[in-house]
Design a protein around this ligand. Structure first.
Ligand SMILES: NC(=O)c1ccc[n+]([C@@H]2O[C@H](COP(=O)([O-])OP(=O)(O)OC[C@H]3O[C@@H](n4cnc5c(N)ncnc54)[C@H](O)[C@@H]3O)[C@@H](O)[C@H]2O)c1
Length: 250
């Protein structure tokens, strides 16, 4: 078991990548606080973990709300006795519209969840990771944080911001043995891409736009997150790991 004795938080743990990672963490021996804005899906992840004898709790959280993220960290540490791994993963898409047609409200919400949510996760996790003698933070960026795509203004900007925020935190907290890395998934089979899937004209192109010619699974992303969370990645910090089937090179 690669995470035996570790305590982890997974935000967006009711969704595809978050759920697969929470399950993988628990199978590797971690105690997991599954956090999501959606109670039903978050509690389902906890049930799935408990079914194989894993240890998990659900904490309802809107990651864009400072008090709720603070409380998430507090509940986790008071329930399990500490924190070693913070996976800042919750995220939302923006509508497929030109930037001139994107409302300010939608811009603000996407930035608040995707970028401020990661900032708050770092802000409240770091003091607890310091108490544990170090730990790992993994932030979910995107292929679209590394390259632009039409009609994705807020999402592009938020995910690019996550990469710089990751480097900033890696520099600030390396001296406390806290490693901070990002993952940049390509097109992964989760709810967030439902809109693209319904586009009969574009989907055949989008779904093959990488070197491997297929979309990825949440479990394939979870494997990469597990690696970055584990001691096997002990000399890796400030990095952005693409999990995109070669989408960046395409
Ligand atoms: N699926 C892809 O193709 C893909 C590609 C690149 C990056 N990502 C990123 O991966 C992450 C996970 O997305 P996913 O693909 O699993 O999609 P998903 O929609 O299945 O999961 C996202 C989860 O985040 C939760 N969430 C949304 N807003 C929240 C908030 N304010 N506070 C807490 N939880 C909230 C949702 O309820 C959902 O359970 C996101 O950051 C997304 O941007 C996904």
């Amino acid at each position: 078991m690669r995470l035996k004795g570790k305590i982890a938080i997974v935000t967006g743990g009711g969704g595809g990548i978050g759920r697969a990672t929470a399950i993988r963490f628990a199978k590797e021996g971690a105690k997991v606080a599954v956090s999501d804005i959606d109670s039903l899906s978050g509690e389902k992840t906890v049930n799935m973990i408990q079914q194989f004898g894993g240890d998990a709790i659900f904490v309802k959280t809107d990651v864009s709300d400072s008090n709720q993220v603070k409380e998430l960290v507090h509940i986790t540490t008071s329930t399990f006795g500490g924190l070693h791994i913070m996976f800042n993963n919750a995220g939302i898409a923006n509508s497929e519209v030109r930037s001139v047609d994107l409302s300010e409200e939608e811009w603000d919400r996407v930035i608040d969840v995707n970028l401020k949510g990661v900032f708050l996760g770092i802000k409240y996790a770091v003091p607890e990771l310091k108490k544990s003698g170090g730990g790992a933070i993994i932030n979910t960026s995107s292929l679209l944080g590394l390259k632009g795509k039409k009609y994705q203004a807020a999402y592009n900007a938020s995910k690019a911001g996550v990469i710089r925020l990751t480097q900033n935190a890696a520099l600030e907290y390396g001296k406390y043995n806290i490693r901070v890395n990002a993952i940049a998934p390509g097109v992964i089979d989760t709810k967030i891409i439902d809109g693209w899937k319904q586009d009969a004209r574009k989907w055949p192109i989008i779904s093959r736009a990488n070197a491997l010619g297929r979309i990825g699974t949440p479990e394939e992303v979870a494997n990469a997150v597990l690696f970055l969370a584990s001691d096997e990645a002990s000399f890796i910090t400030g990095a952005t790991l693409s999990v995109d089937g070669g989408g960046l090179t395409f």
